[in-house]
Design a protein around this ligand. Sequence first.
Ligand SMILES: Cc1cc2nc3c(=O)[nH]c(=O)nc-3n(C[C@H](O)[C@H](O)[C@H](O)COP(=O)(O)O)c2cc1C
Length: 218
Amino acid sequence: MSDTTVSGARHTPAGPTAQPETLTPLLRDRESVLVYDRSHTLSPEALRAILEAARWSPSAGNSQPWGFIVGLRGDDTHAAMVELLSSANQVWAPSASAIILTLHQVATDEDHEIAYSDYAMFDLGQAVAHITVQARSMGLQVRQFGGFDHRAAAEVFAVPPHWAVTTGIALGLPAGPDGDAEMPDWLRTRARLPRSRLPLEAFVHSGKFGHTADFLTD
Ligand SMILES: Cc1cc2nc3c(=O)[nH]c(=O)nc-3n(C[C@H](O)[C@H](O)[C@H](O)COP(=O)(O)O)c2cc1C
């Protein structure tokens, strides 16, 4: 197991609870990167491949209740998105090659006459997970974020009322080992924090909720 990621910007301690060897490398080496290579641009082919991953993810009744607004660094959409970010996210997210705002469908039409699938946000989350893995397979990383003005985003991008602006995704090539040199101290510190997770026992149950499964302790 490597003790750093391809980005070199996030130092992750080795150890089975941090990044288990058992995971496929696409998942093992995924992390929410905060420092991206500002000189990297996404080709249309690469971007389409990443969005295809969302397209082919499963959804309730094949409802495909997701939407994505894509801004590429340097274009007007991207510039408008940067304006909407929380002040903390404004420090790092613009360094990524793309910012994508995600949407999920909440009703069948503008009048909210018929509620859409109860699983729409779940389906969107799964589509985004597919994006994450596809990006990783291409040497890229993403960091998802909720810190932006959702209401303003709906206005700026003319999102119809039966769609909900949900999250943001920063997508890009992780910066090299010294890529964080120009970042403020607080961000550099945060980017280098070890990743941590709850143990399996905290969320895997057997028999009744709260009962640890034998296969976790055998
Ligand atoms: C829905 C969602 C919202 C998030 N919001 C933010 C955010 O606003 N700013 C940020 O820097 N990271 C944000 N994150 C990233 C998480 O902090 C990150 O996924 C978590 O710390 C686990 O780190 P890892 O993905 O590297 O394992 C968000 C992640 C998700 C899934």
